[in-house]
Structure formats: structure tokens, C-alpha cells
Design a protein around this ligand. Structure first.
Ligand SMILES: Nc1nc2c(ncn2[C@@H]2O[C@@H]3COP(=O)(O)O[C@H]4[C@@H](O)[C@H](n5cnc6c(=O)[nH]c(N)nc65)O[C@@H]4COP(=O)(O)O[C@H]3[C@H]2O)c(=O)[nH]1
Length: 696
């Protein structure tokens, strides 16, 4: 068993133990000595008395006077212990005896010779009585109790024990005090070594207070710490130098990597990294079944700028061009500089190839604005060649060649333009270009018009409003769907003008219908995202309402979920302004976006329009049924009206009727109608008549 007491305790106990052991031995020796002395004194005393009796007993024996011997002789004995005394004569006959606490004496106690005997309780002394002729007349027998000796020994031991206890206590206290001088330096040594091992702080030192072995040990320990501390310092310095070199090396590697992958002038990815990014874009596109577009850009007449204004201006133009391009791109797209005035743009995960046209047109348009360089204003247009993965090539080389070829095509056409590698895309781009250009004049030429698709209240069985739908009949291209030209108008910004024309026209028509007596008919107008973000839109609408003296609640604005979710707080503010004006607000194509319920509660809305794609299969596809029912119940819980778009069959109509939909619109009721036809439609509309003509 290990004993884990401290050295201090051990030392105290050892010192106290030794002193106790020594004192105990002394105690035993003294006690034995004392006992022996007491015995000897008693024996000497008793022997002297016995001798005296033996010398004086002769006449009493000779004249046979036992009574006198008893009183005159034995009665005179004085001893400090209980005793009995007898005079034997002849061969053991008791002549006289006195029993004075020394017990009974019988003939059996007789001994003839001189003897001194000790037993447990008694001291027996036999002393012969001799006559003058030297003959033995008898024997004196003295029997002395040893109780008095034992009693004295007991009280002696008791006082000795008390003394011993006091000495042990004293030695313990002295040991405690003394051990401090021995154990403290050891404890110091132990404490410092513990601190050093716990904190790894080698600057700690043990205080050296003695010059003995422990003092020497402490000094050696301190020397050892000093050596370790010095080595530690040297190692730390070496480690620091190593880290510094490592950091320098890492920075150098990073710089090298950067130089290997980035262009030092524009900080854009260089050719090597560009090829890598294209490879990655192709993988992403094929995994997500989308397109990737590679735009090869070359600044027109860059050489002239360099030659006439100097390389510094040329560099500045390249930097300004890269900044401008960067601003036009999404974060997930890549802009790289191949060298000279050649740039490449990678458009990732493009879902619709028409989006590529939008981007490339934006780029070409932007370069039609001059560059304000530090000392010159420079005009620099751009020629762009575009190819699309997977249509125009399956690997990086093929696609780069295609984009390069397309770029030369754009240069040949006369620069400041773009060209697709694939002619089909070129045609599409040309058509978009044409639409964008011609749309500007379409309003003035009177090519735009509105049709109104009736909206029927299912409970009332009455037409209660209409959605205004924009129509464009191009003088040469014929009918162009709003689904085609509205996004183009959005990308060119022309939608603002067209949108105001739509509201103006719809308000004028609605005011006319009201004048014709259809006071409860409201008109719904689609707002584009760009329009919705226009800060002066509420005021502009207000002006138009006043212009046509139309009550605000006769105008409903249709907004899509994505328009609201783009900047929720701003959207809430705009909607609140519109609501304060008294306008009606509907969410269009509901269910296709990502609006969250918590946000919906915060938008001041009047109705939700269930998207046509759900109504299409509402009686066939259980998913669409479930979604439609969920939208209806959600709208009810938000106290919003529900409108179903694209109702084409009576089954859909019945389903919506049964499940509490408020309003419907769709080909089952009517397609969009020109203003005057719509008026006639309201007048003629009666549910029974309509039911008769329907596909029931
Ligand atoms: N298959 C089918 N289709 C039906 C049925 N009932 C209505 N539709 C069509 O569904 C579209 C509904 O309009 P939208 O969802 O707002 O979608 C509109 C809207 O986003 C946009 N648009 C139309 N007019 C305007 C406008 O004045 N301003 C803005 N910003 N966008 C407009 O163009 C989109 C397409 O408009 P449209 O071609 O007129 O197509 C209209 C309408 O003709 C039906 O029963 N079956």
C-alpha cells in the first residue's frame, strides 16, 4: 500500500516516532530499575528485622517462653509492609507467631536453612537461630507482602506515563517546527517543478535558501531550467524564422498562382483560368441540362487608341472596359481577359437561349456610351461573337473556335455588334433586335391595342371586371405575342412608356364603361417588374385616374410574386401607397413563385390569381388539385379573394364553384375582347345563356 502523505507530515511523524520510541525504552528501563530498588529495599529491611529477631530469640527458646516471645519480641517488629512472622523450633514446630496482614503461617511453611524467596505476592525470609555453641535452636520465618512495592511501582509508572505523554507532545510540536527548515526547500522544489511542467514556463526559479544537499539540488535544478529556457528561446527563434520563410514561400506560391491564373492589368482570370472555367461551365450545364454561352469580345479600333493616345491610355481603357463588363454580369458568370483587347465572358446555366441575346445586347449597347478616362474621353465600341454549348460544340477547343469565328462575323458586319455562331440564333437575335427597335415607334403608329378578358363572379354569376391584355400587330411581322415583346421591352426599359400607355388606355376604357352604366366593372392591368420599381408610379397612376375621372377601386394592379419578393420591404411600402390611393392589388400567376406565408400576411393585397398551369389539370392531376385547394383555403384564411385563370372546361368551372373560388376567367368564358366587344359581352352575358352556349 502506497502512503501519499506529504514529506512534511512524514518528517514530523518520523521525528515524533523516534522520540517516542526512545522515551518508551527509557521508561521501561527506569521502571524496571525502580521496581528492583524497591524490592531490594524491602528485602534489606526484612532481612535486618529477621537478623535482629534471630539474635534475640535464644533466651525465649532456651527458657521456653513462647508468650513472652510473641509479645516482647515479635510484637516489636516494625516493617513498612504487611507481614506475618513466626519462630519455628526443632524440625518445624511453631513456637510463636504474629500474623500482621502477612497471611496465615503453618508448619508447612518451615525451612531450616537461611533462605530468601520471592513469589508472586510474598517475600519469604528464613533466618536460623543459633545458640552460643553454634547449634541451631530454631528458625525465624518472616513473610512480607509485596503489595506496597507494587503499589509504589504503579503510581511511579502513572506519573512516568504522564511525563512521557508530555514529552511526546512536546517532541511532536518541536518536530513540526523543525521539519519546516528541512522540508520547505523540498516543497519549493516540488512546487516549482510542478508549475514548470504545467505551464511550460522555463523562466521560473526555485529560491535557494540553504547550502545543504537540497540547496545544491535546487541550484542544479535552476541551472537545468536555465539551459532549457535558453534552448527554448533558440528553438522559438528558429521556429519563427521558419514560419516567416514558410509565409514568404506561401505568398510567393500564391503570387505565382495568381500570375499563372490572373491578368495583372485588369485582375481578371487569364487565358489559362478562362479555359478551366469554360470546362467547369460545360460540366455544370450538362449536369443541369441548361446552356452555357461563350461570348468572345474584341474592342473595336483599340489599336488606334493605343497608337494615337499611348499605351497608358490603352491600359486605362482596358481596365474601364473590364469594370463596365463586370457590372453587367451576374456573380456566377465569368469575365476573363485573353490578352490584348480580347475578353471572354462565360454565362453559366442559361435556361433560355433568349437570355443570351438580352445579355449580349446589353453589352453592345453599353459600349456605345463613351469612357471618361483620366485625361481623355474615348469612344470604344465592341464586337462580340457568341456560341452556345451544347449547340455549337462539345468541348472547349470547338467552342472557342466557334466564338472566335462568330466574333469575326460581327467584325465583318461592321463592328459595334454581335453575331451568333449558329444562324438560327442570329435570326432570333435579329428578330429581337427588330422588335426592340420597332416597339419604340409602335405606340405612335397605333400598332398597340388592348383586349379585355372578362372575369366572372361565381356567386353572382355576373361579369365583374376584365383583365387588360396588350396586343401588338406589327405592320410587317403581324401579330406579336406580349409574351415575346414584353420581356424585350423590359430589357430595353421601354416597358415604362408602354406600361403607362396601357394604364392610360385601360383607365379611359373603364371610365367609358362606367359612363355606359356598368359602374361596378373593374379593370385589371399587368405591371412589369421595372414599372413596379418606379418610385413615381403611384403618382403617375393617380394623374391618369384623375385625367379619366375614374374611381381608384375600378383599377386593379396585377403583380407577380417574384416582383414582391425581390425587395420585400420596398414592395410593402409601394403597395401601401397604392392601397392608400384606393387601388385594388392582385397577385398574378400565384403558386409559381416562392412567396412565403409570413410575407404574404404583410402585403396589403385584395386577391390571389391561381396560375393557369394548375387550373389546366385541376380535375386530372391530384397534385394540381391539392395545390389549387391549398391556395383557395390559404386565400380564405388571409381574407383574400381567389381568382382562377385559364378556365377552359365546365369541369374546371364546377370544381372551382364547389370549392369556394370567387372569380374565374378563361377561354370558357371568353378570350380577350376589344373594348367595344367587351361592352357588348357584358350586356349580353347571362349565366343561363352562357351555360347554353358553353361546352356542357
Ligand atoms: N391557354 C389559355 N390561355 C389563356 C386563357 N385565358 C387567358 N389566357 C391567356 O393567359 C395570359 C394571361 O395573362 P398573364 O398571365 O398576365 O400573362 C401575360 C402578361 O404577363 C403579359 N402581358 C400581357 N399584357 C400585358 C401588359 O399590358 N403589361 C404587361 N406588363 N404584361 C402584359 O403577357 C403574358 C401573356 O399574355 P397573353 O398572351 O395575352 O396571354 C394571356 C391570356 O390571353 C385560357 O383559358 N387558356
Amino acid at each position: 500500500m502506497r502512503w501519499d502523505a506529504s514529506i512534511r507530515t512524514k518528517l514530523t511523524l518520523v521525528i515524533a516516532g523516534i522520540s517516542m520510541f526512545t522515551v518508551s525504552i527509557g521508561f521501561v528501563v527506569v521502571s524496571i530499575n525502580f521496581y528492583q530498588n524497591m524490592q531490594e529495599s524491602l528485602q534489606n529491611d526484612a532481612l535486618a528485622q529477621a537478623n535482629l529477631l534471630a539474635e534475640n530469640s535464644e533466651p525465649y527458646l532456651t527458657y521456653d517462653r513462647p508468650e513472652q516471645a510473641q509479645t516482647e519480641l515479635l510484637g516489636q517488629i516494625s516493617l513498612n509492609a504487611a507481614h506475618s512472622i513466626a519462630i519455628f523450633q526443632g524440625i518445624g514446630e511453631t513456637f510463636a507467631k504474629v500474623e500482621n496482614g502477612g497471611g496465615y503461617i503453618s508448619a508447612t511453611d518451615f525451612r531450616k536453612e537461611q533462605q530468601v524467596l520471592w513469589d508472586n505476592r510474598w517475600l519469604h525470609i528464613y533466618q536460623p537461630i543459633m545458640d552460643s555453641l553454634g547449634d541451631q535452636l530454631g528458625t525465624i520465618y518472616l513473610k512480607v507482602s509485596t503489595d506496597s512495592v507494587k503499589e509504589k511501582l504503579r503510581s511511579f509508572i502513572l506519573s512516568l506515563l504522564l511525563l512521557l505523554l508530555a514529552m511526546v507532545l512536546l517532541s511532536y510540536l518541536l518536530a513540526r517546527i523543525m521539519q519546516k527548515y528541512i522540508s520547505q526547500p523540498i516543497l519549493n522544489l516540488e512546487s516549482i517543478s510542478h508549475q514548470v511542467s504545467a505551464s511550460q514556463n522555463y523562466s521560473l526559479r526555485v529560491p535557494v535558501v540553504t547550502h545543504d544537499e537540497i540547496g545544491k539540488l535546487s541550484r542544479t535544478f535552476n541551472d537545468m531550467l536555465e539551459t532549457i529556457e535558453r534552448r527554448q528561446r533558440e528553438r522559438d527563434a528558429a521556429e519563427e524564422a521558419l514560419q516567416l520563410n514558410k509565409r514568404r514561400l506561401e505568398r510567393a506560391v500564391k503570387d505565382l498562382q495568381y500570375l499563372a491564373n490572373y491578368d495583372s492589368l485588369t485582375q481578371l482570370p487569364n487565358r489559362a483560368l478562362c479555359m478551366d472555367r469554360i470546362r467547369y461551365a460545360l460540366k455544370r450545364a450538362s449536369r443541369t441540362r441548361t446552356y452555357a454561352a461563350i461570348l468572345f469580345l474584341d474592342l473595336d479600333h483599340f489599336k488606334d487608341v493605343n497608337d494615337s493616345l499611348g499605351h497608358a491610355v490603352g491600359d486605362e481603357l482596358l481596365k474601364a472596359s473590364s469594370k463596365r463588363l463586370q457590372e453587367l454580369l451576374r456573380d456566377e458568370d465569368t469575365l476573363a481577359r485573353l490578352g490584348g483587347d480580347e475578353f471572354v465572358i462565360i454565362l453559366n446555366e442559361v435556361e433560355d437561349t433568349e437570355d443570351i441575346i438580352t445579355v449580349v445586347e446589353k453589352i453592345v449597347d453599353n459600349f456605345n456610351q463613351h469612357f471618361n478616362l483620366s485625361s481623355y474621353v474615348v469612344n470604344s465600341t465592341v464586337s462580340v461573337g457568341v456560341c452556345v454549348y451544347p449547340n455549337d460544340g462539345s468541348d472547349v477547343d470547338e467552342l472557342m473556335k466557334a466564338a472566335d469565328a462568330a466574333m469575326y462575323k460581327a467584325k465583318e458586319v461592321g463592328r459595334n455588334t454581335y453575331a451568333f455562331y449558329e444562324s438560327e440564333m442570329n435570326e432570333l437575335a435579329l428578330r429581337r433586335h427588330r422588335i426592340a427597335n420597332d416597339l419604340r415607334a409602335a405606340i405612335d403608329k397605333g400598332e398597340l391595342s388592348l383586349v379585355y378578358q372578362p372575369q366572372v363572379d361565381l356567386k353572382l354569376g355576373k361579369v365583374i371586371g376584365a383583365e387588360a391584355l396588350l396586343r401588338w400587330t406589327h405592320s410587317e411581322l403581324g401579330f406579336i405575342s406580349p409574351a415575346e415583346f414584353v420581356p424585350i421591352a423590359e430589357s430595353t426599359g421601354l416597358i415604362k412608356t408602354i406600361g403607362m400607355w396601357v394604364i392610360d388606355t385601360a383607365c379611359a376604357d373603364a371610365a367609358f364603361w362606367q359612363k355606359q352604366g356598368h359602374t361596378n366593372i373593374k379593370v385589371s392591368v399587368n405591371l412589369s417588374a421595372l414599372q413596379f420599381r418606379q418610385s413615381d408610379l403611384p403618382e403617375s397612376i393617380n394623374k391618369l385616374l384623375k385625367k379619366h375621372q375614374l374611381t381608384p377601386n375600378a383599377l386593379e394592379l396585377e403583380i407577380t410574386e417574384s416582383m414582391l419578393m425581390r425587395d420585400v420591404e420596398q414592395a410593402i411600402k409601394t403597395l401601401q401607397r397604392m392601397k392608400r390611393m384606393g387601388l385594388q392589388i392582385a397577385i398574378d400567376d400565384f403558386g409559381t413563385g416562392y412567396s412565403s406565408l409570413s410575407y404574404l400576411r404583410r402585403f396589403p393585397l385584395d386577391s390571389l390569381k391561381i396560375d393557369r398551369t394548375f387550373i389546366d389539370e385541376v380535375c386530372v392531376d391530384p397534385d394540381d388539385t391539392a395545390i389549387t385547394l391549398a391556395i383557395i383555403s390559404m386565400a380564405k384564411s388571409l381574407r383574400l379573394k381567389v381568382v382562377a385563370e385559364g378556365v377552359e372546361t365546365t369541369q374546371q368551372w364546377d370544381f372551382l364553384c364547389q370549392h369556394g373560388c370567387d372569380e374565374v376567367q378563361g377561354y370558357l368564358v371568353s378570350k380577350g375582347l376589344p373594348g367595344e366587344q367587351f361592352l357588348a359581352f357584358i350586356a349580353a352575358f347571362s349565366p343561363s345563356k352562357w351555360v347554353a352556349n358553353s361546352d356542357r
